[in-house]
Design a protein around this ligand. Structure first.
Ligand SMILES: *Cc1c(COP(=O)(O)O)cnc(C)c1O
Length: 347
């Protein structure tokens, strides 16, 4: 069968290290991180803590594990956690939050976003004879299933202030915080400032092969060290990964705006099909989530037919599809993918 050129828009995690990143990984100075002797990991942790304006940071193999550890640090089993609708922790972690932290979620708002009123209406008091206490509010910025939308910082500030006044802890799932920063011009530190604990990923738009970090106060990070080990995530010569992360933070941050522009190019092409339901206002970063009108094929069919033509996407629901741009797709490829999608879906 003839080889079809592949345009992989399944996720911003599909990228492979470029030669510069591979060299940085190979040359990294490493040691046993469990003895605190991995210089490169220490350097990455200090760098990210400073970037986010927090006292300390801790390397994790995955963002999912960092999310789980954060829940364990900030909650007790049986507690309730307020999150935006379709949060990653609710939908994409195979029920880990229930299994590992024993929390239950209360989804509020719309499209991944919510405001202080929605938060305050949903908070359950501590010490009630019947209710599960709300002890944490979690914000996802940018919001994956919401189509990569940026959480408005004014709402972040009001929610976190209301949370603090009610003794509710605050957590930022910032797997794509760098994208929110690129889209708004606010620094990662500004975006992270209102939160007790913050997670950021190296393996998404920045293009590193693995790694996420949790950042917060020294006592919170000390507690996270224990939970990381409990979850099996305490590794040894992590400096090879840390070096990839440092390289990515230096070289791949400024170009995130290109991914955002490419997502808009794709969204514009999709606008040629009336069978595609897409609010262009949600295309703020590198993710395009669109729905299919009833006269269009369903998501699985669209994904399968596009694959035959070399365009890889993911079905996000029965009639919902996600495309994600990243540092290894070009503007021309996004135009081509858009044309193939419109052809497959019909106008
Ligand atoms: C990808 C992602 C995670 C988890 O990251 P993994 O490294 O894939 O485990 C958490 N939250 C959000 C919003 C994500 O997009």
């Amino acid at each position: 069968m003839a080889e079809v050129a592949r345009i992989d828009l399944r996720s911003d995690t599909v990228t492979r290290p470029d030669p510069g990143m591979r060299r940085a990984m190979a040359d990294a100075s490493v040691g046993d991180d469990q003895f605190g002797e991995d210089e490169t990991t220490n350097r990455l942790q200090e760098h990210v803590a400073a970037l986010l304006g927090k006292e300390a940071a801790l390397f994790f193999p995955t963002g999912t594990m960092a999310n789980q550890a954060a829940l364990r640090v900030l909650t007790r089993p049986g507690d309730e956690v307020i999150v935006g609708r379709e949060a990653h922790s609710v939908w994409h972690e195979t029920g880990g939050s229930a299994a590992n932290a024993g929390v239950q979620f209360r989804e509020v708002g719309e499209g991944g976003l919510f405001d202080e009123v929605a938060f305050s209406d949903a908070v359950k008091p501590r010490g009630h004879m019947i209710f599960p206490p709300t002890t944490l509010v979690e914000i996802e910025n940018t919001h994956n299933r919401g189509g990569g939308v940026v959480f408005p910082q004014a709402d972040v500030a009001r929610i976190c202030e209301a949370a603090r006044s009610r003794d509710v802890a605050t957590y930022l799932d910032g797997a794509r915080l760098w994208n929110a920063s690129a889209a708004t011009g606010r620094t990662p530190g500004e975006l992270a400032e209102p939160f007790d604990l913050v997670m950021v990923a190296l393996s998404k738009g920045l293009g590193a092969p693995a790694g996420s970090l949790l950042a917060g106060s020294a006592p919170h990070i000390r507690s996270a060290v224990r939970h990381r080990r409990m979850l099996g995530g305490a590794m040894r010569q992590t400096g090879h990964y840390a070096a990839a992360g440092l390289h990515a933070l230096t070289h791949n941050m400024a170009r995130l705006a290109d991914d955002h522009a490419n997502a808009r190019v794709l969204a514009e092409r999709l606008g040629q099909s009336e069978r595609v339901l897409l609010d262009p206002g949600t295309v703020q970063t590198n993710i395009v989530v669109f729905a299919l009108r009833p006269d269009a094929p369903d998501a699985d069919q669209v994904v399968a037919r596009c694959r035959e033509q070399g365009v890889l996407l993911v079905a996000f629901g029965r009639r919902k599809v996600r495309a994600t741009t990243h540092l290894q797709v070009t503007r021309e490829q996004c135009e081509g993918a858009g044309d193939i999608l419109v052809d497959v879906i019909g106008t």
